[in-house]
Write a protein that binds this ligand. Structure first.
Ligand code: ATP
Ligand code: MG
Length: 283
């Protein structure tokens, strides 16, 4: 399982956009529209990450629903322009949607890609995108993002169960801010700073314990063998240990869990875009 980390690190390194693009090389993009971040990943025909852009996105997407359609499209267009200006000539793209997103809400993801100058060749649910990077067909993907914790159980590549609860990184910010008497922005900066994280663990521990209890409740029926943690909030040191303790299940935490779903979304565009999905994506 550790062998998945090199490809995530490769994607992280490619975010600097320092490596010049190889002209004419076919590329595929994957777009993850999150509550806290909009991330676009770019892979080549072999599925190697070659570029990426991340932009903080508060207020345009909330808990997986597109809240500000034009604002979201504007950020994505900025990312597309930036990648193209560096020579990454992207056109074919996939978008990830939260599991359980139906109908028009799901189609909105494809329309945003098209509006930003990309061709939406596929749409993929977030846990299935993550599973492509994790190299799993079955298991429980727990995505602790900015706004929510998503619990998805996969069996033979199918998502057989999903749950979503409104406890994410923002709640860590709230308890840190309240406890230390500082602003939410200051709390967020401290939370993500490795220097401060060790002294914050006692403050945030109850929130991670609650997340663990939520995951345990959602996994009671299907009883997966293992939990795979993704999403930015999973990066907080000790999160994996607390979730493992609360659920009684082994937990796998990749490096840079925030980057797993966007990278998997690009892999979906490169390898899994079928005619049917293309039709659905273009509405
Ligand atoms: N090193 C870190 N330690 C702790 N938290 C982190 C770290 N890096 C990022 N985060 C937090 O991760 C969250 C963003 O994660 P992610 O990008 O996965 O969320 P999102 O997909 O935008 O949100 P959602 O899935 O809820 O819609 C933010 O709350 C951010 O503060
Ligand atoms: Mg997310």
């Amino acid at each position: 399982m550790k062998s998945i980390n090199p490809i995530i690190k490769e994607f992280r390194d490619s975010l600097s956009l320092k490596r010049p693009a190889d002209p004419g090389r076919p590329l595929w993009a994957g777009v993850d529209l999150g509550t806290a971040n909009i991330v676009t990943a770019v892979v080549d025909r072999n599925g190697r990450p070659v570029a990426g852009v991340t932009t903080r996105s508060e207020a345009v997407v909330r808990d997986g629903l597109v809240f500000d359609y034009m604002g979201t499209m504007k950020i994505l267009k900025f990312q597309v322009d930036r990648l193209r200006s560096k020579g990454f000539d992207i056109m074919n793209a996939a978008a990830a949607f939260p599991p359980g997103t139906m109908g028009r809400n799901r189609q909105a993801f494809g329309h945003i890609l098209n509006g930003a100058g990309l061709e939406a060749v596929s749409l993929v649910d977030e846990p299935s995108a993550a599973a492509l990077v994790l190299g799993i067909e079955s298991g429980c993907v727990v995505d602790i993002g900015g706004g929510t914790t998503g619990i998805s159980i996969l069996k033979n590549k199918e998502v057989i169960y999903t749950g979503d609860e409104p406890t994410g990184g923002h709640h860590l910010d709230l308890v840190i801010a309240g406890s230390l008497g500082i602003s939410i922005e200051e709390a967020e900066a401290m939370k993500n700073d490795p220097v401060h994280q060790p002294m914050l663990i006692s403050i945030v521990q109850p929130v991670f314990e609650k997340m663990g209890a939520i995951v345990k409740a959602h996994t009671a029926i299907h009883q997966p063998e293992k939990i795979f943690l993704v999403g930015g909030t999973s990066s907080f040191p000790g999160a994996d240990r607390i979730i493992a303790r609360e659920t009684g299940l082994p937990v796998f935490l990749p490096v840079d869990p925030l980057l797993v779903t966007p990278l998997g979304t690009a892999l979906h565009a490169a390898f899994h875009a079928g005619a049917e999905q293309k039709e659905a994506a273009n509405g």
